[in-house]
Design a protein around this ligand. Structure first.
Ligand code: SAH
Length: 232
């Protein structure tokens, strides 16, 4: 469904919803696309019910109905595409439809921070051990990647963003520009441009994506820009 704003769902995703007889998704996400759901059988479920949703979708599809499973952003980036493919039998036709992911939505709000090599890292340690996440943050910081953080902080998972920031600070200047975008490209959009030093003072939650600049990223007219390298 892209980031949530009606204009950011791709025409193919829209058409797939029209073709579907059954639409399955996380309830909050279904709210973003409710105009597309008239005349559909809609199955909404709660957070962390991904496995149930995927099993249900595969089961209904096996019985012959056309099913659309909704992910936010791109379904292949921390979305539902992987688990559906893991569960689907060989003869079931599955189409993965690409979408506008949070990294590019947030980047567009911030300016052009992803003009050079970047790493996307989820701070959620529900399915990935924190040691693995920390190792990746450290490697990306060391190698001067721009770093995009998904799932940065939730209630009950508040220390990871602090540890991530501190790890990055061992390799990058405190003045490194950092952008935080909440509800990118949907209603309620908010943007803050701050620094690695100052970022923890800002509101960061599960509706936010955090973009940490590389050693070259600058702030121009209140927008974050990472130079591509052209001599201008
Ligand atoms: N499949 C999704 C990502 C799911 S993980 C995608 O490709 O975008 C969920 C995380 O994505 C959130 O915690 C947040 O960090 C980020 N996110 C998703 N939509 C967002 C939006 N509109 N604005 C800011 N961040 C968003």
């Amino acid at each position: 469904m892209g980031p949530g704003g009606a204009e950011y769902i791709t025409p193919r995703a829209q058409a797939a919803l029209e073709e579907a007889e059954v639409v399955i998704g996380y309830k909050t996400y279904l709210g973003f696309i409710k105009e597309n759901l008239a005349d559909k059988q809609v199955i909404g479920s709660g957070m962390r019910k991904e496995i149930d949703r995927a099993r249900q979708a595969v089961e209904i599809a096996r019985q012959g109905q056309v099913v659309a499973v909704v992910s936010s952003g791109d379904p292949g980036i921390y979305g539902m595409a992987g688990i559906i493919l893991e569960l689907a039998p060989k003869d079931l036709q599955v189409e993965v439809i690409p979408g506008v992911t949070a990294a590019t939505s947030a980047a567009a709000v911030l300016g052009a921070p992803l003009m050079h090599d970047f790493a996307v890292i989820s701070l959620s340690d529900l399915l990935t051990p924190w040691d693995t996440i920390a190792r990746r943050i450290e490697a990306a910081a060391h190698a001067d990647f721009i770093i995009v953080l998904y799932n940065p902080r939730s209630r009950g998972r508040e220390t990871q963003i602090i540890q991530a920031r501190n790890l990055i600070l061992t390799h990058r200047r405190p003045e490194t520009p950092v952008g935080i975008v909440r509800n990118a490209k949907r209603s309620g959009e908010q943007k803050v441009i701050t620094t690695l030093q100052g970022m923890l003072e800002e509101e960061i939650d599960m509706f936010s994506t955090v973009v940490i600049g590389n050693s070259q990223t600058r702030v121009l007219h209140n927008l974050m820009v990472t130079p591509r390298g052209y001599s201008i």
